[in-house]
Design a protein around this ligand. Structure first.
Ligand SMILES: [Zn+2]
Length: 449
């Protein structure tokens, strides 16, 4: 059975390779080598690899990504960090930073990388409906000595905006090796100018010399990063304006020299069609921690504590367990084998629901046109295109009649990677049972929300 799976995977690899190499003279030896490998007896070590460790074969068919244009990103901007108290808004205590990273995790907000962000803006790939991006400016040493450890702990990608004149110059600047370590641990390296001056200030320059200076600030800084760190693959051509200050000419030239996006400091959620050269960030203040809370608050989509209770089983005085008032499918925390699941939430136990107020949001789709079966109290949505995310979150918000307060419930489930390559009636290796549409539901709802 297991070797059967190995063969199936290898055969699909052959199929993909034949497509990839069609018309190419190198195809024949590659295919021969693969066929030969298949003719050999299966090797025991391969059979023993646990299912979740088998790398998935390449996507057999290229699919158009579904880009969620309703998605919103809270982009955070940090500067320097300290282990002590901070009396400077640009320096944040590292434990406060850790608590903020934990708050992002507790809110179940995915953290996306700069590459993911740009791909979404270009309509090439999708991001979760609500997510966060982390940026750190200037190149302070504590980015490496303090923040990197926390970011690694959480596994969050981040972007360091560095300015040329403050790279490897001693004092509290990062060395080249330290910057390389950022790049090797989820860091994207991008430009923050050459000299970190206010770019909208002409300083008495003529038009010609102002342009020349702006071009240096924009181009030399990026060129320097490419020359010194280009081999890490972490340099991406985005820019952060020093002090967040720019004018129309700065924008024009930034576009002209090929920046894909440029970042300012005015905190608001980034939506899909926001101008690429004026992307806002929430600059977190070291003394007051201002701007952090709004960055992760996505309004009506926040799961309410009463919403959380609705999904939790309770114990009666007699010690009996009472089922949660609201039940969902696929169940919270489950692992499903079907990439086209029916998402369903049973609200029949709730009275005086305002039907008009119900909204459903799903990772990768944003707000979806759900069905509401008023007789059975079921709110549902049939996923129309195969889920491409391994982790899928659902949020349902509603009001009670006569109330202005929204109740929001949320849960998530995971999709088996292997589900991509098996039809719904396929069998799992080592099992004679057909793959169930859903994994076994947990006995009690998980407390992972
Ligand atoms: Zn700066």
């Amino acid at each position: 059975m297991k070797s059967g799976l190995f063969r199936a995977l290898a055969l699909s690899a052959i199929l993909v390779l034949s497509l990839a190499f069609s018309g190419c003279e190198k195809a024949a030896p590659v295919l021969d080598a693969l066929k030969e490998a298949l003719d050999r007896e299966p090797v025991e070590e391969i059979v023993a690899i646990p299912l979740e460790e088998i790398p998935p074969p390449p996507e057999p068919v290229a699919m158009e990504p579904v880009v969620n244009k309703d998605a919103r990103v809270g982009i955070l901007g940090y500067h320097d960090f300290t282990e002590g108290d901070s009396d400077n808004d640009m320096i944040l205590n590292i434990e406060d930073f850790r608590r903020q990273m934990q708050a992002i995790k507790d809110a179940e907000l995915p953290v996306i990388s700069m590459r993911q962000f740009l791909d979404w803006k270009k309509g090439k790939a999708d991001i979760p409906a609500q997510c966060v991006m982390i940026t750190i400016d200037d190149g302070w040493k504590a980015t490496h000595t303090l923040a990197l450890g926390v970011l690694k702990e959480f596994g969050y990608p981040f972007t360091a905006f560095l300015y040329k004149n403050y790279i490897g110059v001693g004092g509290r600047s990062m060395t080249h090796d330290e910057i390389r370590e950022l790049a090797a641990n989820g860091g994207t390296l991008s430009s923050h100018s050459v000299s970190h001056q206010n770019m909208s200030s002409r300083g008495g320059r003529s038009n010609e010399s102002y342009d020349k200076w702006l071009l240096e600030e924009l181009q030399d800084s990026h060129r320097f990063l490419v020359q010194n760190f280009g081999d890490t693959g972490a340099v991406i051509n985005t820019f952060a304006y020093p002090y967040g200050i720019y004018n129309d000419r700065v924008i024009e030239l930034a576009k002209e020299v090929g920046y894909e996006a440029a970042f300012t400091v005015n905190g608001k959620k980034t939506v899909w069609d926001v101008e690429n050269m004026e992307i806002g960030r929430y600059i977190v203040h070291g003394t007051t921690l201002a701007n952090f809370e709004p960055s992760i608050n996505f309004g009506g989509g926040q799961i309410t504590s009463s919403g959380r209770k609705l999904m939790t089983a309770t114990k009666t005085d007699e010690g009996e367990t009472e089922a949660p008032l609201v039940t969902v499918k696929p169940t919270d925390g489950s692992l499903i084998g079907n990439r086209l699941p029916l998402i369903e939430v049973d609200l029949s136990q709730l009275t005086s629901l305002d039907a008009e107020s119900i909204t459903m949001r799903i990772s990768g789709f944003g707000k979806v046109p759900h069905d509401y079966d008023t007789i059975n109290g079921l709110v549902s949505y049939q996923i129309p295109q195969r889920l491409r995310l391994e982790h899928c979150g659902v949020q349902v918000s509603f009001k009670h009649e006569g109330s202005e307060e929204y109740e929001t419930i949320g849960w998530s489930f995971q999709v088996k990677r292997i589900a991509d390559y098996l039809s719904s009636d396929a069998t799992l290796p080592g099992s004679n049972k057909a793959l169930p549409p859903e994994a076994e539901p947990a006995d009690t709802p998980t407390a992972s929300l």
